[in-house]
Design a protein around this ligand. Structure first.
Ligand code: SF4
Length: 363
């Protein structure tokens, strides 16, 4: 069973740009991004982390280029990377020029800390190397003049900064870029993207900046990014977490899967369990989740503790388990009750069924 894009979500029509071999905007899939946290000059560790992120499904990876050592390492990193690399540049426009020459697919700049005269040279480098850019406006590093005008980094200030930079790039005849307007506050972030989405058609890179720890940041990001995506706003996402970047990719995909905007691997539908559960639902789901991480085909699996909700959820799943009395749990295949199994058989049996289903889909 494949997921249907929820027809109620009408995506905002955005311009399509390229980040290496990945399209962003237009009708492209909403891409998932993350960022390395290794020392960029440590080429082996950086490439290893990019490989891990790619295995987890990341479409695009950003690499920080704080110094010349990093941009020197970038060529080798780009050559070894299975995904397009975005060079993250702050303060030093020369790093952007070096990153463009090193083969980065996109330059992420924060115009507020580069300066408008130097941006022209950066635009020139992007044009010469035929690569895209991201204007990354952040609440924490807005232009002094905008902070003075608005007194605080509110959504109007972020949007005005984005519009100023759009104008600057357009004046320099460059339109191969995407934009982000991030704050750590959900309301400011959402409102900034909502306003900007009505004022231009450039693709939008969604995210909250400094979202926080694994749990808090994931929840904040899911609310903020999810609210925007559910309105059809957003073309690529990054969940910023104070955690292993692999988790950012996992959460990013979970957000897209929850909104039926993208499918990848197993989507588990499970109940919270209660006194009616006929088998230990929580432990079973935890084990299955671990045992099924290798599955990348989109499949829906419902694991429900009893008949209250089990048959209903199983009807909309590829494979369903519904707890039954006396160690007789019902297995549903493509929504139809098929056979019964005991509690101790559930995990191995479901793994086998999923793997068989994947084999059939691949044939
Ligand atoms: S489906 Fe059954 S076991 Fe699961 S929470 Fe509901 S009533 Fe409890």
């Amino acid at each position: 069973m494949t997921y249907n894009i929820d027809e109620k979500i009408q995506r905002r029509l955005s311009k399509e740009i390229r980040v290496g071999n990945v399209s962003v905007g237009g009708n492209s899939l909403i891409s998932v991004q993350s960022m390395t946290n290794t020392l960029t000059s440590d080429i082996d560790s950086t490439v290893a982390q990019i490989d891990e992120l790619h295995k987890e499904g990341a479409d695009i990876v950003r690499v920080s280029c704080p110094d010349e050592e990093s941009t020197n390492a970038l060529k080798q990193i780009v050559d070894s990377s299975p995904v397009p690399i975005v060079a993250d540049i702050h303060f030093h426009y020369k790093r952007a020029l070096e990153a463009a020459d090193a083969g980065a697919s996109c330059l992420r700049i924060n115009p507020g800390n580069i300066g408008s005269s130097k941006i022209k040279e950066v635009i020139q480098a992007a044009k010469l190397n035929n690569i895209s850019m991201r204007i990354g406006v952040n609440a924490g590093s807005l232009d002094e003049s905008l902070l003075k005008k608005y007194n605080e980094p509110c959504s109007d200030a972020l949007v005005e900064s984005a519009l100023q930079n759009i104008e600057l790039l357009e004046r320099n005849k460059f339109d191969e870029f995407k934009i982000s307007v991030k704050a750590s506050n959900i309301y400011t972030t959402v409102s900034s993207y909502e306003k900007l989405s009505k004022l231009c058609n450039y693709p939008l890179h969604l995210g909250l900046t400094e979202a926080g720890t694994y749990l808090g940041g994931s929840i904040k990001s899911s609310i903020g990014i999810g609210k925007l995506l559910s309105q059809g706003i957003g073309d690529t996402i990054r969940v910023s977490l104070t955690a292993d970047p692999i988790e950012e990719v996992k959460i990013g995909f979970e957000i897209l899967k929850s909104l039926n905007l993208r499918s990848k691997g197993i989507k588990i539908i499970s109940c919270p369990s209660c006194a009616r559960q006929a088998f230990p639902v929580i432990e079973t789901v935890k084990t299955l989740e671990k045992r099924l991480t290798h599955i990348t085909k989109p499949l829906t699996l419902s694991i429900i503790g009893c008949v209250v909700n089990g048959p209903g959820e199983a009807m909309n799943s590829d494979i369903g388990v519904t707890g039954g009395g006396k160690n007789t749990n019902m297995i549903y295949l493509s929504g139809v009750a098929d056979h019964k199994i005991s509690n101790s058989e559930i995990v191995d049996h479901v793994v086998k069924l999923v793997e068989e289903k994947v084999r059939l889909l691949n044939d």
